[in-house]
Ligand binder design. Structure first.
Ligand code: SER
Length: 313
């Protein structure tokens, strides 16, 4: 079997996906790249981790050739909050590196998974049950890079038959990595602070509603999409995908069921504007039809699992 390459492997999705893939295929089949190697990284369990800058085209090619890579999970990305602070970096990391990977995919017949986001939508898209095909006029640079990336994926599929597959993730909630600069990351930070201080000051307003998903659902979605027969897939930009939508206040109320003393306050920052431009709920019926997507975790199950796992940590 040709090996699997994961870029952005230390990130929120990467650190969980590599664990799953290494357990499934063997750690010798999984190659990770990221800027740094975390202290205590267990290569025996998780596979080789190489320090590579994804904006270095030659360095990526070297890894693909050296390890005989057949599938790339190109997860590296600068998220929405951080992207606004450095738009050039967001473009180079999110778009230029994707173009390199798609070019290698064309030349070397690689399969590719690439995560897009609900950030492709903007103020002119419908807010409720946002459809798969609608106006895409994002106002964040992160959203701009994701629209550009989706169009590149679709182009490489149509023109060169590159088997690239993608999901528009909602906010992802997980406990294995610290929150990393996203607008939806309030829904991760809140759990850390609820356990540490029984209080949290949100950078989004109480009534802000966003689509969200617990990480085990997201990992399963990636694996199910990648396992689907190519002919079943009707979307080669990126599939709408969702699980649950809730407001900041609703999440706080759910946490209070476990930690009654928990107090929510708010102090909105520049990310409020980004959140206000995104959908409140998503219509993912095409993913449900094409490859059988079903989410498993609702708000109460996700909250219970987050608190239990973070407490154990
Ligand atoms: N979770 C991402 C962010 O908030 C959206 O894809 O930036």
């Amino acid at each position: 079997m040709k090996r699997i390459l994961i870029t952005g492997a230390n990130g929120q999705i990467g650190s969980e996906l590599r664990e799953t893939l290494a357990a499934q295929y063997g750690s010798d089949q999984v190659i990770s790249i990221d800027l740094n190697k975390p202290a205590g990284y267990d290569a025996k369990k998780l596979g080789v981790l190489e320090s590579v800058d994804v904006t270095d085209r030659q360095a990526i090619e070297k890894i693909i050739d050296q390890y005989q890579v057949g599938t790339v999970f190109h997860l590296v990305g600068i998220l929405s909050g951080k992207g606004e602070l450095n738009p050039d970096l967001a473009w180079n990391v999110n778009v230029s590196s994707l173009k390199y990977v798609l070019d290698f995919a064309k030349e070397k017949s690689l399969r590719v998974f690439w995560p897009s986001s609900i950030a492709v939508f903007g103020p002119t898209s419908p807010k409720e049950q946002t459809p798969q095909i609608t106006t895409l006029e994002p106002t964040s640079i992160y959203g701009v890079t994701k629209v550009a990336g989706e169009l590149l994926c679709n182009y490489y599929f149509n023109k060169y038959r590159v088997d690239v597959r993608s999901l528009r993730f909602p906010g992802l909630i997980s406990y294995k990595t610290p929150p990393g600069g996203g607008t939806t990351d309030y829904a991760v930070e809140i759990f850390y602070e609820a356990l540490k201080r029984q209080a949290y000051t949100s950078f989004l307003k109480r009534d802000t509603v966003l689509p969200m998903m617990y990480m085990p659902d997201a990992i399963r979605a990636i694996l199910e999409l990648m396992a689907s027969p190519s002919d079943d897939l009707t979307i080669r930009t990126s599939y709408n995908l969702t699980a649950i939508s809730f407001s900041v206040a609703e999440l706080a109320t759910e946490i209070q069921k476990h930690i009654p003393a928990f107090q929510l306050s708010t102090d909105p920052d520049h990310r409020q504007k980004i959140a206000d431009s995104w959908p409140r709920s998503i219509d993912d019926s095409i993913a449900r039809r094409d490859w059988g997507w079903r989410h498993a975790f609702d708000l109460s199950a996700m909250t219970r699992e987050m608190l239990k796992n973070l407490q154990a940590q």
